[in-house]
Design a protein around this ligand. Structure first.
Ligand SMILES: Nc1ncnc2c1ncn2[C@@H]1O[C@H](COP(=O)(O)OP(=O)(O)OP(=O)(O)O)[C@@H](O)[C@H]1O
Ligand SMILES: [Mg+2]
Length: 442
């Protein structure tokens, strides 16, 4: 009861507080300069007069000086004039969290865009959150089923691990993510689609994810045509939603497609507020932002957020700065190979180039042994591939290569997987154990 009175007093106080207004000094490029307002970085403001009919735009303070604020909008700036009023909300963005979000599709600042009415059964929390302290985080000891055989066995992912999916464009990143969304045994999946083409979003929701996948997912979307700040925020909103489920004790799968586009959004913002470009035009803030974002996934005191981040590697340049930074922060990477995709081998994962840094902690000794046999067989075959191609490989010279050739069909059938096919974790290991036993190598 007393809580209700406190709430009522709080609401009355907020309603009675003076509204603070400033003015638009100029609109230049992507940003708006505002004078006459006292705000902190990250605070939300509304630009425009709601009674004037020209519409309002919400924006966020991204830089501050004694002479004024620089704000970046969450929507396009058409209709905004110099001199327009600017109202401070008095704090940063609030994000909806909670079970009412399951099955919903949100925009980059957490507003529903699926036409299914307002959000219900949600709480509103501040976008900012600090990652759990390093020593309070439980260690990663349990595997998480992805439902994709080659990943579950050769790059086993632990609950609370952060993995990168590295690939060039059109090699199958998004398709692999949707396979994981449907096949994982995580209680909740939060999927951030950042900087995707608008056309792809419906395809992803309706064909790839499907009604059954969506029912235990939350999708946060910001397409490539939306303002940079909205694209950037989509990544943090999805992360905040995942953290809230984790803090409730759930094992959450957080998927982000793509981390590169998040970095590109930060590049646009950083350059437009006058930061110097450093590596390949990315201002230094990009790399600290990536670290901040990725550090928020992981285990908590209870529950976990397992992160899957796609990273675009342009023209197979694996030293691209975003890929390089991501690889150094993440706990493992899966490399998708264009040659495999072109040959119709899906998922186009190159197991020999992929590694999970926690695999040894989340698999049994027997599982690790059979995975090692398959890896050794694939590696031996790869080393001998040139000889095989020219017909110069003599059977009998290497038992591993012989096994690879004799059981080629079985190995391929294990590694390839249709998009609509999900394999439970134990079944994947049983199949692999069967395969390696039949190969007769150790
Ligand atoms: N498991 C699969 N089975 C069959 N085809 C697949 C599979 N995965 C991907 N593909 C094919 O590869 C194409 C590209 O896949 P996808 O859109 O996932 O790539 P991407 O890496 O996300 O591309 P982009 O960089 O453009 O976002 C798909 O249109 C599909 O035809
Ligand atoms: Mg894609």
């Amino acid at each position: 009861m007393s809580l209700a009175i406190d709430d009522a007093v709080g609401l009355a106080r907020a309603a009675a507080a003076p509204q603070r207004y400033g003015r638009v000094a100029s609109v230049v490029g992507l940003g708006v300069d505002v004078v006459g307002l006292d705000c902190a970085i990250g605070d939300v403001v509304t630009i425009g007069d709601p009674t004037a009919g020209s519409g309002t735009v919400d924006a966020e303070v991204v830089a501050a000086s004694l002479t004024g604020l620089r704000c970046m909008p969450y929507a396009h700036l058409s209709g905004i004039q110099a001199g327009a009023p600017v109202r401070a909300h008095g704090g940063p963005l609030l994000v909806p969290v909670g079970p009412g979000l399951l099955g919903r599709v949100l925009d980059g600042v957490g507003r529903p865009i699926d036409g299914r009415g307002p959000l219900t059964d949600v709480a509103w929390v501040s976008l900012d959150n600090t990652p759990p302290p390093a020593l309070e985080r439980t260690r990663i000891t349990e595997p998480l089923q992805l439902g994709v055989r080659v990943m579950d066995t050769l790059t086993t992912v632990g609950r609370g691990q952060r993995m990168g999916l590295f690939a060039g464009s059109g090699v199958g990143k998004s398709s692999l993510l949707s396979m994981i969304a449907r096949g994982t045994d995580a209680a909740v999946s939060v999927i951030a689609l950042v900087g995707e083409r608008g056309r792809e979003v419906r395809d992803f929701l309706e064909d790839d994810l499907g009604a059954e996948g969506l029912a235990r997912s939350i999708v946060v979307v910001s397409t490539s045509d939306e303002p940079a700040l909205l694209r950037l925020r989509a990544a943090f909103v999805a992360t905040r939603i995942a953290e809230a489920f984790r803090d409730g004790g759930a094992d959450v799968m957080l998927m982000m497609d793509s981390l590169t586009r998040v970095a590109m959004a930060q590049r646009e913002i950083g350059l437009s507020v006058g930061e110097p470009p450093a590596t390949r035009g990315y201002p230094p803030s990009t790399f600290s932002l990536l670290a901040q974002l990725l550090e928020r996934a992981g285990t908590g005191a209870r529950g976990s957020v397992t992160g899957m981040y796609t990273v675009l590697v342009d023209g197979d340049d694996h030293n691209e700065p975003v890929a390089d930074a991501a690889r150094s922060i993440l706990d493992g990477h899966v490399v998708l190979d264009r040659k495999l995709a072109v040959a119709g081998h899906f998922p186009s994962i190159d197991p020999l180039a992929s590694i999970s840094r926690v695999a040894s902690r989340v698999t049994t000794r027997e599982q690790a042994a059979v995975a090692a046999v398959l890896r050794r067989t694939l590696a031996a075959r790869k080393a001998a591939q040139d000889l095989i191609d020219v017909g110069a490989y003599a059977r009998g010279s290497n038992p591993l290569v012989d096994a690879a050739l004799n059981h080629e069909a079985g190995i391929t059938a294990f590694l390839q997987q249709r998009m609509d096919e999900q394999t439970p974790f134990d079944d994947a290991w049983n199949r692999l154990a069967h395969l390696t036993t039949s190969m007769g190598v150790s």
